[in-house]
Design a binder for this molecule. Sequence first.
Ligand code: VG1
Ligand code: CO
Length: 543
Amino acid sequence: MDIKAVKTTPYADQIMGTSGLRKKTAVMRQPHYLENFVQSVFDSLDGFEGKTLVVGGDGRYFNKEALQIILKMAAANQFGKIIVGQNGVLSTPAASHLIRKYQAFGGLILSASHNPGGADGDFGIKFNIHTGAPAPQILTAAISDRAAEIDRYWTIEAPDVDLSVVGTYMLGASEVVVIDSVSDYVAYMQEIFDFSTLKKLFQSGFSMTFDAMNAVTGPYAKRLFEELLGAPTGTVVNAIPLPDFGGLHPEPNLTYAKHLVDRMMQPSAPDFAAASDGDGDRFMILGPSFFLNPSDALAIFADYLDTVPFYHGKVYGVARSMPTSVAVDAVARRRSLPLYETPTGWKFFGNLLDAKKIALCGEESFGAGSFHIREKDGLWAVLLFLSIMAETGKSVSQLAHELWHRDGRVFCSTHSYEGLDANDAADLMHALVDRLPELPGQTIAGLTIDQAFEFSYDDPVSCETTAHQGICLYLADKSRVVFRLSGTGSSGATLRVYYNRLVQDTMRFEADVQETLADLITFADTVAEISSRTGRTAPTVRT
Ligand code: VG1
Ligand code: CO
């Protein structure tokens, strides 16, 4: 075998964000760029020689080429076995599951998730550890430090591996096992959920649309819903993964999946609709003329998780990211479940899941998951919701109303201002941080501030502290506004403003979300000077 060391020089920008390294595809395709990063990951790990690595991606542009580079580098770095999805495709949840199932050392997942793909779009890569969880903060910092000084990487001279055919191949001294991308994941879903009950739901005439957004979940959803659960052909739409997602922005929300939302507002809408994102870890759920806010979905999951036998006696606790609405908090209180509040990003849930402090976790950004894997899981969330519907006989809207009547309705919305000038966005945040000490007690735009602070997280398992995770303003009426900058973009900056207001008056439950939050929105603009500092009078995305 011909292992060679290739000399290289560092790139200054290989810093991992909320979920791995995300860059413009053209940046990732620069000479040695991907190689530098991958070698920095390997150099930051110990004792993987002879062990198993899982690799796969969401099928976006550059996925195939990147995989061949990674396979050769993994072989040169002496991984014993490399498990790779057929054609290089694995959803993020499927990759997390494979790492756990085959007791791999870890995995490299190629995805920029909800960011658009294509030659002019984004590409991403992240490393998950042996538990299947995204690399924790301490490791991502080590990887970025290593990338800042890297001077060589290892690869081998070998022909490309044929990833189109399932089978075992040798690459140098390493075994490359090309597996069916879908089978293991689907088999696991059959262990978790009662497929015979779900099948009966579809036999009873229940209708559904699942929109795979031309991204990775298409083949998984076809197998699950159409082949195994007997939903009619055509239930899964936009089902063929395309390198550029067919021009769709693979982020399921009210803006980028508007076509699906509009469909559900028609009289001919099916009983249920769902969508996922580029790499299959997000979910969006809709009923006829009804959008289920992901924070409410998390609360419903917390209420009903123990109706699924897989979770009997194991609902240890729940966690939500800080900006996620407090709807789930009320369920946790009612059910005497411990509740944890973490920073944004799935990597913060891993320790809580491993330590059995929680069974369920979620984020306002259409993410939910459980201890079954260590990533958020879009199709799992859809199957869980379907199981709850089958168990209760209730519709999406009925389940949401039941929640509101029990605990009050938490009106919540996330406003994202995308493509801002990075300096403007940073200045806005700094100015707000500087004013934090003076804000409590002040009345701005008619609302009185009760507390103002930056969120900081003390991990109860690792005892690490992660500071500067968003600015929280609590108002006298207990409403909340949170400001943070996105960590998944590839250029410029995205400001996210998160709104929360608990309404107990049942007469107001049907009110418009944005109208109910209108005074908070004006307040946020005034206190953070959003329009004057960014030139934007409205957000790019409202969810
Ligand atoms: C966003 C979401 C966050 C999510 C992350 C990764 O991060 O807000 O909740 O965990 O994307 O999701 P940010 O830093 O842009 O706000 V995914 O589906 O892109 O892996
Ligand atoms: Co994703």
